[in-house]
Design a binder for this molecule. Structure first.
Ligand code: NAD
Length: 248
């Protein structure tokens, strides 16, 4: 029960890594509000959580993460309902593998809008609440490609380098307000994002992972739990690799 009494918001919490984080936080006593992109998927995810454990305090919302006002309103509604916001997890994200020569107009903007700008939109109102209440914890999902880039789809590593930049800079800016800011950089993880890739490609990538397997979403969620908890009370400005020592 590392998060007993804590209130957490998790974006992209309906499936994959985000959903594993939501479950891990609930198992550890937090009240969780997951943000998803659509009403139907949010309702389905919350129903599945309640079926797992009717005692869990789980709720869903679906603010448009490209709309700063909608995001601020949703975060302020969480504060109204629960009295505080202790933990914000910015996990929603999309990937790209398009070759530079084939990028379509708007494609680069699309990934920056969700993977980078939406973080700014959630962090600003959440940090104001955290400052007022005396502290908090902000966690961002980065990627192993934020360290070495990737061979095509430059928008994705560029967005994750920006996630690291936000993390390191805001850790320094917000430390005086007792707000810790960290990121987790997962390696290849078994989610829909990876299921969309050709089998052969996934096999080849996994063959190069020293631990000999891809990550399960729970492997990644465990790192989020550690960073969200008081066990990490002196950890801020860290990008924690959870990648089986894979180096892209
Ligand atoms: P996923 O596709 O299973 O989940 C992505 C989540 O983001 C979903 O909950 C989805 O609803 C949400 N989302 C997508 N578009 C959205 C939008 N426009 N508005 C709001 N929410 C939106 O993928 P995942 O692997 O669980 O990815 C989660 C995070 O982990 C992402 O930030 C991704 O970049 C990162 N990541 C994944 C891997 C991997 O191998 N799976 C590796 C490194 C980093």
């Amino acid at each position: 029960m590392l998060l007993k009494g804590k209130v957490a918001i998790v974006t992209g919490g309906t499936r994959g890594i985000g959903n594993a984080i939501v479950r891990k936080f609930l198992e550890n006593g937090a009240a969780v509000v997951l943000f998803g992109s659509r009403k139907e998927t949010v309702e389905k995810a919350v129903k599945a959580l309640k079926e797992t454990n009717p005692e869990w305090s789980a709720e869903g919302m679906f603010p448009d993460l490209s709309d700063p006002q909608a995001v601020a309103d949703a975060i302020s509604a969480v504060k109204e309902t629960y009295g505080k916001v202790d933990i914000l997890v910015n996990n929603a994200g999309i990937a790209q593998s398009t070759s530079l020569y084939d990028y379509q107009p708007g494609e680069f903007d699309k990934i920056m809008d969700l993977n980078v700008k939406a973080l700014f939109y959630t962090i600003q109102p959440a940090a104001k609440i955290m400052k007022e209440q005396g502290g908090g914890c902000i966690l961002n999902t980065s990627s192993m490609v934020s360290i070495s880039g990737q061979p095509s789809g430059v928008g994705y590593p560029a967005s994750k380098f920006a996630v690291n930049g936000l993390t390191l800079s805001l850790a320094r800016e917000l430390a005086k307000d007792n707000i810790r800011v960290n990121a987790v950089a997962p390696g290849v993880t078994r989610t829909d994002m990876v299921a969309a890739l050709p089998d052969e490609m996934v096999k080849a990538v996994c063959a190069g992972i020293p631990l000999g397997r891809m990550a399960e979403p729970e492997d990644i969620a465990n790192a989020f739990l550690f960073l969200a908890s008081d066990m990490a009370s002196y950890v801020t400005g860290e990008v924690l690799s959870v990648d089986g020592a894979a180096r892209a």
